[in-house]
Design a protein around this ligand. Structure first.
Ligand code: ATP
Length: 254
């Protein structure tokens, strides 16, 4: 269970996230919606440790993460997708995934230099990496340098790297942003696939209401940094606050 309690951050006089208390259970996908500037990405940053909180706490499975760095939170089980910043463009697809698998198994490499264990570990890491590539249907591209892949495949690989870390929480911030009409379904398929694993908690910041409607088990709404609605998707989407927020957004765009 991921839990934030009174999570708050102030920038000068501006409260970007205002005392947000929420629990996210394994086996649920929660969409976080709200108008531009509502504090959705900032809330993500506070959870994943990119930004220190002014107040409040973050716990994962009873363990307090609040004072930990972002990398320590990753090791604790928080997996956040960053758009392409985690990829090594000059390495092959397989090498990228193998490195991510290796990072997860870090503790297993403290036995000192032993040629047998290096060889057998390498084989085990490769097999695990190949399993992951198979689950994202990228086996055929395993030897391609990442830089040569189309944008959509690079984004897909990023999800594969996240899967390699075996997080208990997956955090996606507008996962299809900047993707073409053809590319977006691939990422949404991967999220659908992750949802089948009932031990995982998934958080999704998303503006596209059709995507939210299809994927979310629950929606929370942030408005001016405050949690203003939380519930079953149909109910929340129909609520005046969401209608107004998205109507407001449509007016802004016009
Ligand atoms: N590092 C920062 N310093 C100052 N203000 C910040 C900082 N980060 C975010 N903010 C402010 O906090 C508020 C919330 O921003 P945030 O990016 O979290 O909104 P959002 O809901 O993710 O918006 P969008 O849907 O447009 O991505 C905004 O007013 C933003 O300007």
């Amino acid at each position: 269970m991921l839990e934030t309690q009174n999570l708050t951050v102030r920038f000068g006089g501006h409260v970007a996230v205002n005392s947000v208390s929420c629990r996210f259970a394994p086996g649920t996908l929660t969409a976080i919606v709200g108008p531009n500037g509502a504090g959705k990405t900032t809330y993500f940053n506070l959870i994943s440790g990119q930004l220190p909180a002014t107040d409040g706490t973050v716990h994962l499975n009873g363990r307090e993460l609040t004072g930990l760095t972002a990398s320590a939170r990753t090791r604790a089980g928080l997996g956040r997708a960053f758009q392409l910043t985690n990829l090594f463009p000059n390495l092959s697809v397989l090498e990228n995934v193998r490195l991510a698998v290796q990072a997860t198994k870090e503790g297993a490499h403290r036995r000192g230099l032993n040629l047998w264990s290096i060889w057998s570990d390498h084989a085990a890491l490769t097999n695990r990496a190949l399993d992951i590539l198979q689950s994202v249907s990228m086996t055929a591209q395993q030897h391609a340098p990442v830089a040569s892949l189309p944008h959509g495949d690079q984004r897909k690989l990023e999800v594969a790297l996240l899967m390699a870390l075996e997080p208990s929480v997956y955090m996606f911030d507008e996962p299809t942003a900047g993707m073409s009409h053809d590319e977006a379904p691939v990422i949404l398929d991967l999220i659908r696939q992750l949802k089948k694993d009932k031990t995982k908690t998934i958080l999704l910041v998303e503006h596209k209401m059709d995507v939210v409607r299809e994927l979310a088990d629950r929606i929370i709404v942030l408005h001016n940094g405050t949690l203003v609605a939380d519930g079953e998707p149909g109910e929340v989407i129909a609520s005046p606050i969401v209608q107004e927020a998205y109507l407001g957004k449509a007016k802004e765009a016009a």
